[in-house]
Write a protein that binds this ligand. Structure first.
Ligand code: ZN
Length: 254
């Protein structure tokens, strides 16, 4: 299984529009971060977790040829705003199965009404087939079992996903003990770390590192990173030996 980091930035991305912050001005390619998403693929199955506003650019950069499914973590725009750009995959493959919490599906129906139109739907509009993800219920994609992990993003419920010994959790601020028990014996954990300063709805760096100590994966990658976290190279030096800042277009193999 390969995991390709399509984007590793927080909601505004890096550089931030109009910002003169030194990290936004950095020429290091690792300091350029699109909105968070990952592309996961094995043998002949390929899917993405989240489909944010940079989806088109991410599909071009990664040379992804096929999207067999989209798993959504939650409905915020930095995770969903790219839906219109799935159309090239629709033209090649037909409807794309989407997996999300019932609340997220209702939100998509409201915000992307034209996608769900049943009468006189515009022929070029995106087409998806919805599948409800239920807390505590695993489901199958391709030939693998996906275990949803329930986390809280402030007051908003968010799903993380575990597949084999890999787990992807983003936009976490708190997580119940029962859910943490689903994260035993991981080879790789991806977890959000916004910046050093505390934040109401996202783990800061210390909270993410404490969480990694608690879960004890072999390796951990940090994502959903703000420009105020600092330069990639300098932040990386401060991290424990098994913890890495993810960066855009990084691919890892499990
Ligand atoms: Zn987010």
């Amino acid at each position: 299984m390969k995991v390709y980091f399509l984007g590793t930035g927080t909601s505004q991305g890096i550089p931030v529009i109009g910002s003169n912050h030194p990290v936004c001005k950095s020429t290091d390619f690792k300091d350029k971060r699109l909105r968070v998403a990952v592309w996961i693929h094995w043998d002949n199955f390929s899917f993405v977790i989240d489909c944010g506003p940079d989806f088109r650019q991410q599909m071009l950069a990664s040379n992804c040829q096929c999207v067999d499914a989209i798993l959504f973590t939650h409905e915020h725009s930095d995770h969903t705003a790219g839906i219109d750009d799935i159309r090239p995959f629709n033209f090649k493959q037909g409807d794309i199965p989407v997996y999300a919490h019932e609340r997220v599906i209702s939100n998509l129906i409201k915000r992307f009404e034209y996608v769900f139109e049943t009468v006189n739907k515009y022929p070029g509009a995106p087409s998806i087939q919805t599948n409800e993800v239920i807390a505590g219920q695993s489901f199958i994609i391709g030939d693998k079992t996906v275990t949803p992990v329930n986390v809280m993003h402030g007051n908003l419920q968010v799903f993380g996903y575990r597949i084999d010994d890999f787990a992807y959790l983003t936009d976490v601020k708190t997580i119940d003990e029962g859910e943490i028990s689903k994260l035993k014996n991981l080879k790789v954990l991806v977890i959000n770390a916004l910046r050093e300063e505390a934040h109401n709805t996202h783990f800061n760096l210390k909270e993410a590192l404490d969480f990694i100590t608690l879960v004890q994966p072999e390796k951990a990658y940090l994502t959903h990173i703000s420009h105020v976290m600092g330069f990639h190279e300098e932040v990386q030096k401060k991290l424990p030996p098994n913890v890495f800042l993810a960066y855009d277009n990084l691919e890892i193999e499990l």
